[in-house]
Design a protein around this ligand. Structure first.
Ligand code: NDP
Length: 499
Protein backbone atom coordinates (compact mmCIF):
# COMPACT_ATOMS: atom_id res chain seq x y z
CA UNK A 1 0.00 0.00 0.00
CA UNK A 2 1.36 3.41 -0.95
CA UNK A 3 1.10 5.84 1.92
CA UNK A 4 1.00 9.56 2.16
CA UNK A 5 2.73 10.55 5.37
CA UNK A 6 2.44 14.27 5.34
CA UNK A 7 0.97 14.98 8.74
CA UNK A 8 3.41 16.56 11.15
CA UNK A 9 4.57 14.19 13.85
CA UNK A 10 4.56 17.12 16.25
CA UNK A 11 0.80 17.51 16.20
CA UNK A 12 -0.06 14.93 18.81
CA UNK A 13 3.08 15.04 20.87
CA UNK A 14 2.46 15.01 24.57
CA UNK A 15 5.38 16.45 26.56
CA UNK A 16 4.22 14.63 29.68
CA UNK A 17 4.77 11.17 28.27
CA UNK A 18 7.44 9.42 30.25
CA UNK A 19 9.47 7.48 27.71
CA UNK A 20 13.05 7.22 28.85
CA UNK A 21 14.29 4.07 27.21
CA UNK A 22 14.87 3.36 23.57
CA UNK A 23 13.68 -0.14 22.83
CA UNK A 24 12.47 -2.06 19.86
CA UNK A 25 9.60 -3.24 22.07
CA UNK A 26 8.41 0.33 22.42
CA UNK A 27 8.83 0.83 18.72
CA UNK A 28 6.91 -2.28 17.75
CA UNK A 29 3.91 -1.46 19.89
CA UNK A 30 2.87 0.71 16.98
CA UNK A 31 2.62 -2.38 14.76
CA UNK A 32 1.08 -4.74 17.26
CA UNK A 33 -0.93 -6.56 14.60
CA UNK A 34 2.21 -7.81 12.94
CA UNK A 35 4.33 -8.39 16.01
CA UNK A 36 4.43 -12.16 15.54
CA UNK A 37 6.22 -11.89 12.20
CA UNK A 38 8.44 -8.87 12.34
CA UNK A 39 10.14 -7.74 9.16
CA UNK A 40 8.82 -10.55 6.95
CA UNK A 41 6.31 -9.62 4.29
CA UNK A 42 4.47 -7.20 6.55
CA UNK A 43 2.37 -4.41 5.17
CA UNK A 44 2.18 -1.63 7.67
CA UNK A 45 -0.76 0.59 7.08
CA UNK A 46 -1.35 4.27 7.67
CA UNK A 47 -2.28 4.61 11.34
CA UNK A 48 0.09 1.90 12.55
CA UNK A 49 3.00 3.49 10.77
CA UNK A 50 2.06 6.91 12.01
CA UNK A 51 1.91 5.66 15.60
CA UNK A 52 5.23 3.93 15.27
CA UNK A 53 7.00 6.97 13.87
CA UNK A 54 5.39 9.10 16.52
CA UNK A 55 6.80 6.76 19.14
CA UNK A 56 10.31 7.20 17.75
CA UNK A 57 9.87 10.95 17.73
CA UNK A 58 8.39 11.07 21.23
CA UNK A 59 11.22 8.93 22.52
CA UNK A 60 13.79 11.31 21.06
CA UNK A 61 12.02 14.28 22.65
CA UNK A 62 11.58 12.63 26.02
CA UNK A 63 15.20 11.55 26.15
CA UNK A 64 16.62 15.03 25.50
CA UNK A 65 13.73 17.42 26.15
CA UNK A 66 15.82 20.57 25.75
CA UNK A 67 17.26 19.82 22.30
CA UNK A 68 14.68 21.63 20.19
CA UNK A 69 16.87 22.06 17.09
CA UNK A 70 17.66 18.35 17.11
CA UNK A 71 13.96 17.48 17.50
CA UNK A 72 13.17 19.71 14.53
CA UNK A 73 15.68 17.95 12.28
CA UNK A 74 14.56 14.48 13.37
CA UNK A 75 10.91 15.35 12.89
CA UNK A 76 11.47 16.47 9.33
CA UNK A 77 13.28 13.28 8.39
CA UNK A 78 10.80 10.96 10.13
CA UNK A 79 7.95 12.83 8.44
CA UNK A 80 9.52 12.20 5.05
CA UNK A 81 10.58 8.59 5.34
CA UNK A 82 7.18 7.30 6.46
CA UNK A 83 6.29 6.00 3.00
CA UNK A 84 9.58 4.10 2.72
CA UNK A 85 9.09 2.44 6.09
CA UNK A 86 5.58 1.47 5.07
CA UNK A 87 7.01 -0.58 2.21
CA UNK A 88 10.11 -1.80 4.04
CA UNK A 89 9.36 -2.62 7.67
CA UNK A 90 12.94 -3.83 8.16
CA UNK A 91 13.99 -0.18 8.05
CA UNK A 92 12.29 0.47 11.39
CA UNK A 93 15.27 -0.86 13.31
CA UNK A 94 17.51 1.36 11.21
CA UNK A 95 15.37 4.43 11.90
CA UNK A 96 15.43 3.73 15.62
CA UNK A 97 19.21 3.43 15.67
CA UNK A 98 19.69 6.36 13.33
CA UNK A 99 18.30 8.97 15.70
CA UNK A 100 20.99 8.27 18.30
CA UNK A 101 24.59 9.39 17.61
CA UNK A 102 27.22 6.64 17.57
CA UNK A 103 29.42 8.75 19.84
CA UNK A 104 29.42 12.22 21.45
CA UNK A 105 32.66 13.72 22.74
CA UNK A 106 32.66 16.78 24.98
CA UNK A 107 35.80 18.40 26.33
CA UNK A 108 37.27 21.43 28.11
CA UNK A 109 39.10 24.07 26.07
CA UNK A 110 41.16 26.37 28.32
CA UNK A 111 43.03 29.29 26.72
CA UNK A 112 44.58 32.62 27.73
CA UNK A 113 43.60 35.95 26.15
CA UNK A 114 46.12 38.68 25.28
CA UNK A 115 45.75 40.21 28.76
CA UNK A 116 46.69 36.93 30.40
CA UNK A 117 43.18 36.05 31.65
CA UNK A 118 42.05 32.43 31.48
CA UNK A 119 38.91 31.44 29.54
CA UNK A 120 37.39 27.98 29.58
CA UNK A 121 35.16 27.03 26.65
CA UNK A 122 33.42 23.80 25.75
CA UNK A 123 34.48 21.70 22.78
CA UNK A 124 32.34 19.02 21.12
CA UNK A 125 32.48 16.41 18.40
CA UNK A 126 29.32 14.50 17.52
CA UNK A 127 30.21 11.35 15.54
CA UNK A 128 26.73 10.56 14.35
CA UNK A 129 26.93 7.81 11.76
CA UNK A 130 29.84 6.05 10.02
CA UNK A 131 28.01 3.33 8.11
CA UNK A 132 28.94 4.62 4.65
CA UNK A 133 32.30 6.25 5.43
CA UNK A 134 34.41 8.14 7.97
CA UNK A 135 32.57 10.82 9.95
CA UNK A 136 32.62 14.05 7.98
CA UNK A 137 31.25 17.48 8.87
CA UNK A 138 32.32 20.93 9.93
CA UNK A 139 33.40 22.62 13.13
CA UNK A 140 31.40 25.65 14.26
CA UNK A 141 32.80 28.32 16.60
CA UNK A 142 29.92 30.50 17.76
CA UNK A 143 28.59 31.48 21.22
CA UNK A 144 25.27 29.76 20.43
CA UNK A 145 26.90 26.33 20.00
CA UNK A 146 25.46 23.60 22.21
CA UNK A 147 24.78 19.89 21.93
CA UNK A 148 21.32 20.35 20.44
CA UNK A 149 22.64 22.45 17.57
CA UNK A 150 25.55 20.11 16.90
CA UNK A 151 23.33 17.03 17.01
CA UNK A 152 20.93 18.61 14.53
CA UNK A 153 23.79 19.54 12.23
CA UNK A 154 25.42 16.10 12.49
CA UNK A 155 22.10 14.34 11.89
CA UNK A 156 21.45 16.43 8.77
CA UNK A 157 25.00 15.74 7.66
CA UNK A 158 24.37 11.97 7.58
CA UNK A 159 21.73 12.35 4.85
CA UNK A 160 23.53 15.14 3.04
CA UNK A 161 26.73 13.13 2.79
CA UNK A 162 24.79 10.10 1.63
CA UNK A 163 23.22 12.20 -1.14
CA UNK A 164 26.61 13.28 -2.50
CA UNK A 165 27.26 9.71 -3.66
CA UNK A 166 30.65 9.81 -1.91
CA UNK A 167 31.72 7.44 0.90
CA UNK A 168 31.21 9.89 3.78
CA UNK A 169 29.57 9.35 7.17
CA UNK A 170 28.11 12.21 9.21
CA UNK A 171 29.51 14.25 12.08
CA UNK A 172 29.74 17.81 13.37
CA UNK A 173 31.60 19.62 16.11
CA UNK A 174 32.66 22.95 17.46
CA UNK A 175 32.75 25.19 20.46
CA UNK A 176 30.87 28.03 22.16
CA UNK A 177 33.99 30.15 21.59
CA UNK A 178 33.31 33.47 19.83
CA UNK A 179 36.17 34.37 17.47
CA UNK A 180 34.61 37.78 16.72
CA UNK A 181 36.76 40.59 18.09
CA UNK A 182 39.59 38.25 19.10
CA UNK A 183 43.15 38.86 17.94
CA UNK A 184 44.95 36.40 15.66
CA UNK A 185 47.02 35.22 18.58
CA UNK A 186 43.95 34.58 20.70
CA UNK A 187 42.29 32.61 17.89
CA UNK A 188 45.52 30.65 17.43
CA UNK A 189 45.81 29.81 21.13
CA UNK A 190 42.17 28.74 21.20
CA UNK A 191 42.53 26.52 18.11
CA UNK A 192 45.65 24.88 19.51
CA UNK A 193 43.96 24.14 22.82
CA UNK A 194 40.86 22.81 21.03
CA UNK A 195 42.96 20.48 18.88
CA UNK A 196 45.09 19.32 21.82
CA UNK A 197 42.04 17.27 22.83
CA UNK A 198 40.25 16.66 19.53
CA UNK A 199 43.27 15.15 17.76
CA UNK A 200 42.96 11.80 19.56
CA UNK A 201 39.39 11.34 18.29
CA UNK A 202 39.88 12.11 14.57
CA UNK A 203 41.89 10.69 11.66
CA UNK A 204 41.96 10.51 7.86
CA UNK A 205 40.05 7.18 7.92
CA UNK A 206 38.06 7.91 11.07
CA UNK A 207 36.72 11.46 11.22
CA UNK A 208 37.61 14.39 8.97
CA UNK A 209 36.34 17.79 10.21
CA UNK A 210 36.08 20.96 8.08
CA UNK A 211 34.98 24.58 8.61
CA UNK A 212 31.54 26.01 9.35
CA UNK A 213 30.35 29.26 10.95
CA UNK A 214 33.34 30.99 12.57
CA UNK A 215 35.83 28.45 11.20
CA UNK A 216 37.43 29.59 7.94
CA UNK A 217 40.86 29.19 6.33
CA UNK A 218 42.70 30.85 9.22
CA UNK A 219 41.22 28.56 11.88
CA UNK A 220 41.65 25.42 9.75
CA UNK A 221 45.34 26.34 9.35
CA UNK A 222 45.90 26.64 13.10
CA UNK A 223 43.92 23.46 13.80
CA UNK A 224 45.80 21.49 11.15
CA UNK A 225 49.21 22.67 12.37
CA UNK A 226 48.44 21.47 15.89
CA UNK A 227 47.10 18.13 14.66
CA UNK A 228 50.22 17.53 12.56
CA UNK A 229 52.48 18.29 15.52
CA UNK A 230 50.60 16.04 17.96
CA UNK A 231 49.94 13.11 15.61
CA UNK A 232 53.36 13.38 13.96
CA UNK A 233 51.89 12.74 10.53
CA UNK A 234 50.83 14.67 7.45
CA UNK A 235 47.46 13.30 6.35
CA UNK A 236 44.20 14.77 5.06
CA UNK A 237 42.61 14.92 8.50
CA UNK A 238 40.93 18.29 7.94
CA UNK A 239 39.44 19.71 4.76
CA UNK A 240 39.27 23.34 3.72
CA UNK A 241 43.06 23.47 4.08
CA UNK A 242 45.19 26.13 2.39
CA UNK A 243 46.30 25.35 -1.16
CA UNK A 244 49.96 25.27 -0.14
CA UNK A 245 49.42 22.39 2.30
CA UNK A 246 46.93 19.99 0.76
CA UNK A 247 43.78 22.05 0.17
CA UNK A 248 41.63 21.68 -2.91
CA UNK A 249 40.93 24.35 -5.49
CA UNK A 250 37.23 25.36 -5.44
CA UNK A 251 36.70 24.19 -1.81
CA UNK A 252 36.11 27.79 -0.58
CA UNK A 253 33.65 28.40 -3.43
CA UNK A 254 31.99 24.98 -3.29
CA UNK A 255 28.99 25.44 -0.98
CA UNK A 256 27.87 28.70 -2.60
CA UNK A 257 28.52 27.52 -6.16
CA UNK A 258 26.86 24.17 -5.46
CA UNK A 259 23.81 25.91 -4.02
CA UNK A 260 23.33 27.93 -7.18
CA UNK A 261 23.95 24.88 -9.42
CA UNK A 262 21.18 23.09 -7.51
CA UNK A 263 18.81 26.08 -7.70
CA UNK A 264 19.54 26.37 -11.44
CA UNK A 265 18.48 22.73 -11.93
CA UNK A 266 15.35 23.24 -9.85
CA UNK A 267 14.38 26.32 -11.88
CA UNK A 268 15.16 24.51 -15.15
CA UNK A 269 12.76 21.72 -14.20
CA UNK A 270 10.05 24.40 -14.35
CA UNK A 271 11.42 26.04 -17.50
CA UNK A 272 12.91 28.99 -15.59
CA UNK A 273 16.42 30.46 -15.24
CA UNK A 274 18.45 32.86 -13.12
CA UNK A 275 18.81 35.20 -16.04
CA UNK A 276 17.44 38.60 -15.01
CA UNK A 277 16.07 37.24 -11.72
CA UNK A 278 16.43 39.36 -8.57
CA UNK A 279 18.00 37.30 -5.80
CA UNK A 280 17.82 37.85 -2.04
CA UNK A 281 20.82 36.45 -0.20
CA UNK A 282 21.22 36.46 3.58
CA UNK A 283 24.56 36.26 5.37
CA UNK A 284 27.82 37.63 4.01
CA UNK A 285 30.17 34.82 4.96
CA UNK A 286 31.65 32.00 2.95
CA UNK A 287 28.43 30.51 1.55
CA UNK A 288 26.74 33.85 0.82
CA UNK A 289 29.78 35.34 -0.94
CA UNK A 290 30.23 32.51 -3.42
CA UNK A 291 26.49 32.04 -3.96
CA UNK A 292 26.46 35.72 -4.95
CA UNK A 293 29.37 35.17 -7.35
CA UNK A 294 27.68 32.22 -9.09
CA UNK A 295 24.35 34.08 -9.34
CA UNK A 296 26.23 36.82 -11.20
CA UNK A 297 27.81 34.18 -13.49
CA UNK A 298 24.30 32.99 -14.39
CA UNK A 299 22.95 36.48 -15.14
CA UNK A 300 21.01 36.99 -11.90
CA UNK A 301 20.87 40.20 -9.87
CA UNK A 302 21.73 39.79 -6.15
CA UNK A 303 20.11 42.61 -4.19
CA UNK A 304 20.59 41.79 -0.49
CA UNK A 305 23.24 40.53 1.92
CA UNK A 306 23.35 40.60 5.71
CA UNK A 307 25.17 39.87 8.92
CA UNK A 308 23.92 39.57 12.47
CA UNK A 309 23.65 43.38 12.80
CA UNK A 310 21.29 43.87 9.83
CA UNK A 311 20.95 43.72 6.05
CA UNK A 312 21.70 45.85 3.01
CA UNK A 313 19.42 46.24 0.00
CA UNK A 314 21.06 47.51 -3.18
CA UNK A 315 18.44 48.53 -5.75
CA UNK A 316 21.04 48.50 -8.54
CA UNK A 317 22.27 45.05 -7.59
CA UNK A 318 25.51 43.79 -6.06
CA UNK A 319 27.84 43.57 -9.05
CA UNK A 320 31.28 41.93 -9.19
CA UNK A 321 33.09 45.05 -8.05
CA UNK A 322 30.80 45.49 -5.06
CA UNK A 323 31.07 41.80 -4.22
CA UNK A 324 34.87 42.07 -4.22
CA UNK A 325 34.47 44.98 -1.79
CA UNK A 326 32.27 42.81 0.48
CA UNK A 327 34.78 39.95 0.35
CA UNK A 328 37.56 42.28 1.40
CA UNK A 329 35.36 43.78 4.15
CA UNK A 330 34.42 40.39 5.58
CA UNK A 331 37.54 38.28 4.95
CA UNK A 332 40.31 40.82 5.54
CA UNK A 333 39.04 43.94 7.28
CA UNK A 334 36.52 41.88 9.32
CA UNK A 335 33.99 44.74 9.23
CA UNK A 336 30.18 44.98 9.37
CA UNK A 337 27.77 44.88 6.41
CA UNK A 338 26.44 48.31 7.42
CA UNK A 339 29.65 49.78 5.96
CA UNK A 340 28.46 48.71 2.48
CA UNK A 341 25.57 51.17 2.63
CA UNK A 342 27.96 53.89 3.83
CA UNK A 343 30.14 53.21 0.78
CA UNK A 344 27.58 52.67 -2.03
CA UNK A 345 24.79 55.25 -2.60
CA UNK A 346 22.44 52.75 -4.25
CA UNK A 347 22.22 50.74 -1.01
CA UNK A 348 20.34 51.15 2.23
CA UNK A 349 20.98 49.43 5.55
CA UNK A 350 18.27 48.06 7.85
CA UNK A 351 19.27 47.17 11.37
CA UNK A 352 18.32 43.76 12.78
CA UNK A 353 15.01 43.71 14.62
CA UNK A 354 15.51 43.56 18.42
CA UNK A 355 13.25 40.48 18.44
CA UNK A 356 15.55 37.75 16.99
CA UNK A 357 12.64 35.83 15.44
CA UNK A 358 11.85 38.82 13.17
CA UNK A 359 14.07 38.85 10.11
CA UNK A 360 13.20 41.89 8.03
CA UNK A 361 15.39 40.96 5.07
CA UNK A 362 12.66 38.62 3.77
CA UNK A 363 10.28 41.54 3.28
CA UNK A 364 12.34 42.37 0.18
CA UNK A 365 10.62 41.56 -3.11
CA UNK A 366 12.77 38.96 -4.91
CA UNK A 367 12.36 36.19 -7.50
CA UNK A 368 14.74 33.78 -5.75
CA UNK A 369 15.72 33.64 -2.05
CA UNK A 370 18.96 32.04 -0.89
CA UNK A 371 19.15 32.01 2.94
CA UNK A 372 22.87 31.55 3.69
CA UNK A 373 23.30 32.73 7.30
CA UNK A 374 22.07 30.37 10.00
CA UNK A 375 19.31 28.04 11.24
CA UNK A 376 15.68 29.17 11.60
CA UNK A 377 16.12 32.53 9.88
CA UNK A 378 12.83 32.20 7.93
CA UNK A 379 9.66 31.49 9.88
CA UNK A 380 6.09 31.18 8.57
CA UNK A 381 5.48 34.92 8.71
CA UNK A 382 8.63 35.67 6.74
CA UNK A 383 7.78 32.90 4.28
CA UNK A 384 4.42 34.62 3.71
CA UNK A 385 6.24 37.92 3.11
CA UNK A 386 8.38 36.23 0.45
CA UNK A 387 5.32 34.66 -1.18
CA UNK A 388 3.54 38.02 -1.24
CA UNK A 389 6.65 39.48 -2.87
CA UNK A 390 6.30 36.92 -5.68
CA UNK A 391 9.22 34.62 -4.87
CA UNK A 392 9.37 31.61 -7.24
CA UNK A 393 12.15 29.58 -5.58
CA UNK A 394 13.84 29.30 -2.19
CA UNK A 395 17.06 27.27 -1.87
CA UNK A 396 18.76 26.79 1.50
CA UNK A 397 22.47 27.63 1.60
CA UNK A 398 22.59 27.52 5.39
CA UNK A 399 21.63 24.44 7.39
CA UNK A 400 17.91 24.43 8.28
CA UNK A 401 17.36 28.20 7.79
CA UNK A 402 13.64 27.61 7.19
CA UNK A 403 11.35 26.41 9.97
CA UNK A 404 8.99 23.50 9.17
CA UNK A 405 6.11 26.00 9.14
CA UNK A 406 7.93 28.17 6.59
CA UNK A 407 8.52 25.13 4.37
CA UNK A 408 4.79 24.38 4.65
CA UNK A 409 4.00 27.90 3.41
CA UNK A 410 6.30 27.44 0.40
CA UNK A 411 4.79 24.07 -0.47
CA UNK A 412 1.23 25.37 -0.08
CA UNK A 413 2.00 28.24 -2.44
CA UNK A 414 3.84 26.14 -5.02
CA UNK A 415 7.13 27.91 -4.43
CA UNK A 416 10.06 25.68 -5.44
CA UNK A 417 11.90 24.76 -2.24
CA UNK A 418 15.35 23.14 -1.90
CA UNK A 419 16.34 21.79 1.54
CA UNK A 420 19.91 22.47 2.66
CA UNK A 421 20.86 18.84 2.96
CA UNK A 422 20.53 18.69 -0.84
CA UNK A 423 21.28 22.22 -1.99
CA UNK A 424 24.26 23.00 0.26
CA UNK A 425 25.92 19.59 -0.13
CA UNK A 426 28.50 21.03 -2.56
CA UNK A 427 30.81 21.98 0.29
CA UNK A 428 31.07 18.55 1.81
CA UNK A 429 31.18 16.96 -1.64
CA UNK A 430 34.24 19.04 -2.50
CA UNK A 431 35.71 18.18 0.89
CA UNK A 432 35.30 14.57 -0.24
CA UNK A 433 37.21 15.48 -3.40
CA UNK A 434 39.91 17.08 -1.23
CA UNK A 435 40.19 13.82 0.73
CA UNK A 436 40.58 11.87 -2.53
CA UNK A 437 43.30 14.21 -3.78
CA UNK A 438 45.13 13.96 -0.42
CA UNK A 439 45.00 10.15 -0.52
CA UNK A 440 46.25 10.12 -4.11
CA UNK A 441 48.80 12.87 -3.29
CA UNK A 442 47.75 14.89 -6.33
CA UNK A 443 45.92 18.18 -7.02
CA UNK A 444 43.26 18.47 -9.66
CA UNK A 445 43.01 21.72 -11.61
CA UNK A 446 40.26 24.23 -10.83
CA UNK A 447 38.15 23.31 -13.88
CA UNK A 448 38.21 19.64 -13.01
CA UNK A 449 37.06 20.17 -9.42
CA UNK A 450 34.35 22.60 -10.55
CA UNK A 451 33.10 20.13 -13.16
CA UNK A 452 32.98 17.33 -10.60
CA UNK A 453 31.13 19.62 -8.17
CA UNK A 454 28.62 20.61 -10.83
CA UNK A 455 28.13 16.95 -11.79
CA UNK A 456 27.50 16.02 -8.16
CA UNK A 457 24.93 18.82 -7.70
CA UNK A 458 23.12 17.87 -10.92
CA UNK A 459 22.96 14.26 -9.68
CA UNK A 460 21.72 15.26 -6.22
CA UNK A 461 18.97 17.28 -7.86
CA UNK A 462 18.03 14.40 -10.15
CA UNK A 463 18.04 11.91 -7.30
CA UNK A 464 15.87 14.10 -5.02
CA UNK A 465 13.51 15.02 -7.87
CA UNK A 466 13.02 11.44 -9.09
CA UNK A 467 12.72 9.97 -5.60
CA UNK A 468 9.98 12.47 -4.71
CA UNK A 469 8.10 11.46 -7.88
CA UNK A 470 8.57 7.77 -7.17
CA UNK A 471 7.03 8.11 -3.72
CA UNK A 472 4.06 10.10 -4.94
CA UNK A 473 5.18 13.58 -3.90
CA UNK A 474 6.32 15.26 -7.12
CA UNK A 475 8.22 18.50 -6.61
CA UNK A 476 8.72 17.83 -2.89
CA UNK A 477 12.52 18.04 -2.65
CA UNK A 478 12.39 17.69 1.14
CA UNK A 479 10.84 14.25 0.90
CA UNK A 480 12.97 13.30 -2.12
CA UNK A 481 16.25 14.25 -0.43
CA UNK A 482 15.37 12.66 2.92
CA UNK A 483 14.21 9.41 1.35
CA UNK A 484 17.13 9.12 -1.10
CA UNK A 485 19.66 9.93 1.66
CA UNK A 486 18.01 7.51 4.07
CA UNK A 487 17.81 4.57 1.63
CA UNK A 488 21.58 4.35 1.12
CA UNK A 489 22.25 4.55 4.86
CA UNK A 490 19.51 2.01 5.61
CA UNK A 491 20.73 -0.51 3.02
CA UNK A 492 24.31 -0.19 4.26
CA UNK A 493 23.24 -0.61 7.88
CA UNK A 494 21.33 -3.78 7.11
CA UNK A 495 24.11 -5.17 4.89
CA UNK A 496 26.64 -4.66 7.68
CA UNK A 497 24.33 -6.35 10.16
CA UNK A 498 24.96 -3.83 12.85
CA UNK A 499 23.18 -0.84 14.24
P1 NDP B 1 30.37 32.23 7.99
O1 NDP B 1 30.77 32.29 9.40
O2 NDP B 1 31.38 32.42 6.93
O3 NDP B 1 29.19 33.28 7.72
C1 NDP B 1 28.00 33.26 8.45
C2 NDP B 1 27.19 34.48 8.06
O4 NDP B 1 25.91 34.39 8.66
C3 NDP B 1 27.81 35.78 8.58
O5 NDP B 1 27.46 36.82 7.72
C4 NDP B 1 27.11 35.94 9.94
O6 NDP B 1 27.06 37.28 10.41
C5 NDP B 1 25.72 35.46 9.61
N1 NDP B 1 25.10 34.93 10.82
C6 NDP B 1 25.56 33.92 11.61
N2 NDP B 1 24.75 33.73 12.66
C7 NDP B 1 23.76 34.64 12.52
C8 NDP B 1 22.61 34.96 13.26
N3 NDP B 1 22.30 34.28 14.37
N4 NDP B 1 21.81 35.96 12.80
C9 NDP B 1 22.11 36.63 11.68
N5 NDP B 1 23.19 36.38 10.93
C10 NDP B 1 23.99 35.41 11.34
O7 NDP B 1 29.61 30.81 7.82
P2 NDP B 1 29.31 30.00 6.50
O8 NDP B 1 28.99 30.92 5.39
O9 NDP B 1 30.36 28.98 6.33
O10 NDP B 1 27.99 29.20 6.94
C11 NDP B 1 26.69 29.76 6.80
C12 NDP B 1 25.67 28.65 6.88
O11 NDP B 1 25.93 27.68 5.85
C13 NDP B 1 25.67 27.85 8.20
O12 NDP B 1 24.35 27.42 8.47
C14 NDP B 1 26.52 26.63 7.85
O13 NDP B 1 26.22 25.54 8.69
C15 NDP B 1 26.07 26.39 6.43
N6 NDP B 1 26.98 25.59 5.63
C16 NDP B 1 28.26 25.99 5.43
C17 NDP B 1 29.11 25.23 4.65
C18 NDP B 1 30.48 25.68 4.32
O14 NDP B 1 31.13 25.01 3.50
N7 NDP B 1 30.98 26.77 4.87
C19 NDP B 1 28.67 23.94 4.10
C20 NDP B 1 27.26 23.66 4.28
C21 NDP B 1 26.47 24.46 5.05
P3 NDP B 1 28.01 37.72 11.64
O15 NDP B 1 29.38 37.77 11.05
O16 NDP B 1 27.50 39.05 12.08
O17 NDP B 1 27.86 36.66 12.70
Amino acid sequence: MRLKYQKSLKEDYSPNRNITEFSLGTLKRGIAAEETAPHQGITIVGDQMENTMKTVYETVKARDPNQSEFHQAVEEVLDSIGPVLGENPQYYDVALGLVEPERVIQFRVPWYDDEGSLHVNRGFRVQFNSVIGPYKGGLRFHPSVNLSILKFLAFEQVFKNSLTGLPLGGGKGGSDFNPKGRSNNEVKRFCQSFMSELWRHIGADLDVPAGDIGVGGREIGYLYGMYRKLANEFTGVLTGKGLSYGGSLIRPEATGYGLVYFAREMLAAKGKTFNGASVGISGSGNVAQFACEKVLDLGGKPVTMSDSSGFIFDSEGIDREKLAWIMDLKNNRRGRIKQYAENFDSAEFTESHPEPSMNLIWGTKVDVALPCATQNEINAEEAHMLVEGGVMAVAEGANMPCTPEAIGVFHDNEVLFAPGKASNAGGVATSGLEMSQNSLRISWPREEVDQRLEGIMVNIHKNAFETAEKYGMPGNYVAGANIAGFLKVAESTIAQGIL
